[in-house]
Design a protein around this ligand. Structure first.
Ligand code: HEC
Length: 288
């Protein structure tokens, strides 16, 4: 079974992306795709089968620096940029969103895709998904995880360094417009690129937005949305800063991971950024 799949995968024949986008789910392990799909109205959901994903052009890497995987793990799968090229509507829909079963959500903007070449992992150490261990890491990885050939941070803003975006438990991929997704949390008004507000925005966009939502965008893992976070930043900035650095010191049961490495300037920037959000922002959807 495995050999047959591997052989088929290593000889990618003609693929017909349109035919792979199934209307109905056929198995729990299908990958849901949505957003701007080629030839389909916005908001349509389709399903890609694991077996079909193996027919797409595969890439193989030995990974040594992914905190989810032991050193020297061989990953094989489809580049997210390949998925966007085959199933996305246009180069405009080049922001890729990976959504996990727990509401965690990773946004891969164009810059990130170009710098890091993330891969939708289909095989680990030559094993197809059905053979991944069901306990430990293997069990939580499914149905899909994302990794990189290697990761070298591509930017640094204050003490936030470009972080590897390596979600597991990915169930859905969307092809979106950067202006739409990031537009939801872009600060209103004109701010110089090096202002604390813009620096806070860049950090929040990669960090907080994975778990906290603004309207339809962003992760839903935390049950606290952007406007509620902003209200805390405005009413009690000390508490806000403490939550970011060490959530458990504010609420012992907090599940949110802390950022003990964020220095004061970084917390200032995040506070300044969130303080630009008013209650009114929640009502009026920003311009795309
Ligand atoms: C990995 C997911 C995750 C990330 C990333 C994350 N949070 Fe949270 N956050 C949570 C969860 C979950 C909660 C709900 C409370 C809890 O369990 O910690 C929360 C709660 C909060 C709260 C309310 C806490 C309270 O006690 O009222 C604030 C404020 C907050 N987060 C700010 C931020 C900011 C700012 C960032 C980015 C710098 C961020 N979070 C990044 C998961 C996350």
């Amino acid at each position: 079974m495995f050999i047959a799949l591997a052989l088929a995968a290593s000889v990618p024949g003609e693929v017909n992306p349109g035919a792979m986008l199934r209307v109905q789910r056929s198995a729990p392990g299908n990958l849901e795709v949505g957003g701007e799909l080629v030839g389909l109205p916005f908001g349509t959901t389709r399903y890609l089968r694991y077996e079909d994903l193996l027919q797409l052009p595969q890439e193989t890497y030995t990974v040594n620096d992914d905190s989810n995987l032991p050193r020297n793990t061989v990953i094989r799968g489809v580049a997210l940029t390949t998925l966007a090229r085959l199933f996305g509507q246009s180069p405009d829909s080049a922001l890729i969103v990976a959504i996990c079963s727990d509401g965690y959500r990773t946004n891969y903007p164009r810059d990130y895709l170009a710098a890091h070449h993330p891969l939708l992992v289909l095989q680990i150490n030559g094993k197809a998904r059905a053979e991944w261990p069901q306990s430990g890491n293997g069990g939580r990885f499914g149905p899909y995880l994302i990794s990189h050939p290697f990761f070298k941070p591509a930017f640094k803003v204050l003490s936030h360094e470009d972080e590897p975006q390596i979600p597991y438990g990915v169930t859905r991929i969307e092809f979106r417009r950067e202006s739409r997704v990031f537009g939801a949390i872009r600060p209103v008004g004109k701010w110089p690129g090096d202002s604390p507000v813009m620096q806070g925005y860049i950090i929040a966009r990669q960090d907080c937005f994975r778990c906290h939502d603004m309207g339809a965008e962003g992760g839903s893992m935390a049950s606290v949305n952007w406007v509620q976070m902003a209200a805390i930043a405005r009413s009690d900035s000390r508490r806000f800063r403490q939550i970011i650095r060490n959530p458990a010191s504010v609420t012992p049961t907090a599940k949110m991971p802390g950022q003990p490495g964020y220095d004061d300037a970084t917390l200032d920037a995040l506070t300044a950024y969130f303080q630009t959000f008013s209650e009114a922002r929640a009502e009026s959807r920003p311009e795309p």
